[in-house]
Design a protein around this ligand. Sequence first.
Ligand code: 1CP
Length: 347
Amino acid sequence: MDSDVSERRFLDPFAGKAVSPPPVWLMRQAGRYLPEYRQVRVEAGSFLKLCYTPRLAAEVTLQPIRRFGFDAAILFSDILVVPDALGQTVRFEEGEGPRLDPVQTLADLDRLALSKTGSKFSLVCETVERLRRDLPQETALIGFCGAPWTVATYVVEGRGSADQSAARHWAYRDPDGFQRLIALLTDASIEYLSGQVRAGADALQIFDSWAGSLADDQFERWVIGPTAKIVREVRARHPGVPIIGFPRGAAALLEGYIEGTSVDGVSCDTACPLGLMQQTARNGQVVQGNLDPLLLVSGGDALDRRVDEIRAAMKGLPFIFNLGHGIVPDTPPDNVARLVKRLRSTN
Ligand code: 1CP
């Protein structure tokens, strides 16, 4: 592994350095809004094939870096690689999102095993190794996984859902059984993230996209507990690697999340008030976020104004510019270029 990490300004906020302009990357910065991504996606055949082909996965990770020069690249993969590697059947239907054979009983759960994950996790780690070699020296590489709660919502429901009801019902009906699923996903995530760091990831993000659907006692048990364990174990193996949590939709529970998980940074969704982001960053926490992905579709002066507003609010604080959620497919790439230029236009 190479390593003049001091050149990677993305890492500065984690070292307590305020950086102006703030480092920038965007969730889902690789993907369908880029024509060059669509081309590689067709070449790969299926979405999972793309995730498990290091040459192609590395290529689509690099595409947005070449175009926009973000301060960090995020490994191209998906949160559902973990259940797939554990032995669940996972498919991505074109234009329809993920489909999984649902795991809803302990017998279903017994068919999944940590011992099966080796070969698929190694392919992802091979992508990370390639990336650390091929990325510009100054670009940080972010590895990631889904948080156990969010991954469980797909594992149990078998697809994306509006209210995550299948997982929430299981958690109420049979908390001990559901805990077994969460424990398995937690252990797999620890192995997966540790492998990514060994392969060269500079920082990690834990995506908890459905953290906002839980009552506070359930949030404590299914979001904070497992995330805290991942942070503790990964940090014990790899001290110093920053870990960012993204508890989407849970701004009201943010303080407890930060204290309970001891993440190094939090990614804030679009509905999180700027005032709360400021307050959190003033307490020494690295904050990331939170431009509305739909404003990036609209573009124009309104985009410039909001970029300026977020930047001004977070000036002098440990802050990383990002969206409040992933880029949507109908985003014009020119608007992304406009955003980066605007952000970097002045100190
Ligand atoms: O056909 C395609 O190209 C599929 C579109 C796509 C892409 C580009 C999917 C299917 N996943 C990805 C890549 C991906 N997913 C990345 C790559 C790196 C990047 O550029 O950021 C990451 C970090 C993810 C994470 C992910 N996958 C999350 C967490 C973040 C979020 O957006 O909330 C979730 C919930 C998923 C599941 C998933 N994968 C794909 C889709 C369409 C979905 C959402 C399904 C749903 O709930 O309806």
